[in-house]
Design a protein around this ligand. Structure first.
Ligand code: ADQ
Length: 472
């Protein structure tokens, strides 16, 4: 069996519960193949500490059978590659937010420099038959840089965030370079059929790619297999967390605390793609339009700190604080506060108890690659008395989770009406919807995702024989 090498911007220690389902699932495959996980160490080296652009010290440590290999970044590289190009250009544009993109011409050079450095550091550690799986938008050009150094391994890429339509992509200076770089992979994985459709539309209209059938595309002297592989969660692991002591304690505490009210819950990273202000406006509309929900509904909104050095993120923080404050100010009573907002991370072991105690989950991003909170909420429910998922049609998860109450988060009145419906939904309908959703997330769990992607990558090579990798 070939060794698996996973490359991502950051690594999670697979031995820790806090790492979450994705890290656990990847660790399982990495463990089985004695694999390697490669990425940024998280360490920043300032110029006065000797940090030089395009250079970084490599650290190697073992976690069981898995080798963790990390590279430090200089301040200049971090600012251009991570804050600048990845989070200042690719993240907003891929989430359809051209208005928030900062197209500083210097960022792309730093982005390329770090991808080149990763390729240089990774190449000597590779065996000829290793399978390489690259993750996410930080590392789009990595395969092209590895190929330029002579690497002939199978390389796959999975994009965790959405891919926008060609006309939005075309706003990025250098978009043709980015998409051309995707053709250095053997397999491309997207979260949804919508994203896949955007890739193929771009491939045809801008790159004049030729369709070879069954999802294979040829352009720039290379062919690539492109498919949708919607990411899932580890349902069994999440159910076990729900039944564990901490999960049960949290559930009991929440049930007692909110015994007279119906609990609504939102759990997100504090990111403008998650639609938090829109959600608060819809909740306000609910209290306004449906007075019976006052005093009977409480929304707990957890928003974990994220990328606080980017201006758009501090703007969203202030907007959210002000919206929550005004809802509580206008509707709150001595014995009831409509919104409990917390700007922090909740320990992973406690999330299932919180989800299970909630009657409704609000997962209403403006755009999201998948959104795993939607799936975690379903996995944590009591099948005999389950809560209801209110889900944005713009989350990748909406493609699979049709039995949720799908909403348009830009439509404040429509979202408020859906939340009202969710709060009123009879038990029988809640059970039926939950059962259908649970069946889907069980079938397409994170193990399915890993296996189908890797099977596709393993079979990619035989079809590809005879192609010159180096002609790019
Ligand atoms: P994220 O945007 O980070 O990931 P998401 O899928 O919503 O988004 O959440 C990932 C994990 O973070 C979940 O396990 C969730 O429980 C946890 N989490 C989120 N907020 C939290 C909080 N406040 N406290 C504790 N835990 C929290 C990107 C894409 C998504 C895609 C994932 C996986 O943006 O669209 O689903 O990758 O591919």
């Amino acid at each position: 069996m070939s060794r698996l090498v996973v490359v991502s911007n950051r690594l999670a220690d697979p031995r820790k519960t806090a790492a979450g389902g994705l890290a656990v699932a990847l660790a399982e495959v990495l463990n089985n193949t004695g694999g390697m996980w490669f990425g940024w160490s998280g360490k920043l080296v300032e110029p006065e500490q000797g940090g030089v652009a395009g250079e970084g010290e490599v650290h190697i440590q073992n976690a069981g059978a898995v080798q963790l290999v990390t590279v430090d970044l200089s301040r200049a590289d971090h600012d251009a590659y991570y804050t600048g190009y990845s989070n200042g250009v690719l993240w907003p544009v891929f989430h359809y937010r051209l208005d928030l993109a900062d197209f500083d011409a210097g960022y792309i050079a730093g982005y390329r420099r770090v991808n080149q450095m990763f390729a240089r550091k990774l190449l000597p550690l590779l065996n000829p038959d290793d399978i390489i799986w690259v993750h996410d938008y930080h590392l789009i050009p990595l395969a092209a840089e590895l190929r330029a150094l002579g690497c002939t391994n199978r390389i796959g890429f999975f994009l965790h965030i959405p891919l926008p339509p060609p006309l939005i992509l075309a706003a990025i200076p250098g978009h043709d370079w980015l998409i051309r770089a995707l053709f250095s992979y053997d397999v491309l994985g997207f979260q949804s059929n919508v994203d896949l459709g955007h890739f193929t539309a771009y491939a045809q209209s801008e790159a004049h790619a030729q369709h070879l059938g069954e999802g294979r595309w040829r352009a720039f002297n290379r062919s690539v297999q492109a498919s949708a592989f919607p990411i899932g969660i580890d349902v069994q692991e999440f159910e076990a967390l729900t039944q564990a002591q901490e999960g049960r304690d949290m559930y009991e505490r929440m049930k007692n605390e909110y015994s007279r009210r119906k609990l609504l819950v939102g759990v997100d990273r504090l990111d403008y793609s998650k639609g938090l202000p829109h959600r608060m406006r819809a909740f306000r509309e609910l209290l306004d339009k449906y007075p019976e929900t006052r005093k009977s509904a409480t929304l707990i909104q957890i928003a974990s700190p994220s990328r606080e050095d980017v201006t758009a993120y501090s703007d969203i923080l202030h907007e959210l604080e002000s919206l929550c404050g005004s809802i509580n100010g206008d509707f709150g009573e001595l014995d009831w506060m409509p919104v409990r907002y917390m700007h922090r991370v909740v320990a992973r072991a406690r999330l299932p108890g919180l989800y299970r105690a909630a009657r409704v989950a609000l997962v209403t991003p403006l755009r999201d690659g998948m959104n795993l909170v939607a799936k975690e909420f379903i996995a944590a429910q009591d099948p005999d008395d389950p809560g209801v998922l209110v889900l944005s049609r713009f989350a990748g998860a909406a493609e699979q989770m049709r039995e949720a109450l799908l909403v348009n988060p830009y439509d404040t009145a429509g979202t408020a009406a859906a939340i009202h419906l969710a709060l009123q939904m009879p038990l029988e309908e809640r059970r039926l919807r939950h059962q259908a959703l649970l069946t889907t997330i069980r079938r397409f769990d994170v193990h399915w995702w890993c296996e189908t992607f890797l099977e596709s990558l393993a079979s990619a090579r035989s079809e590809e024989s005879g192609t010159s990798w180096l002609r790019l």
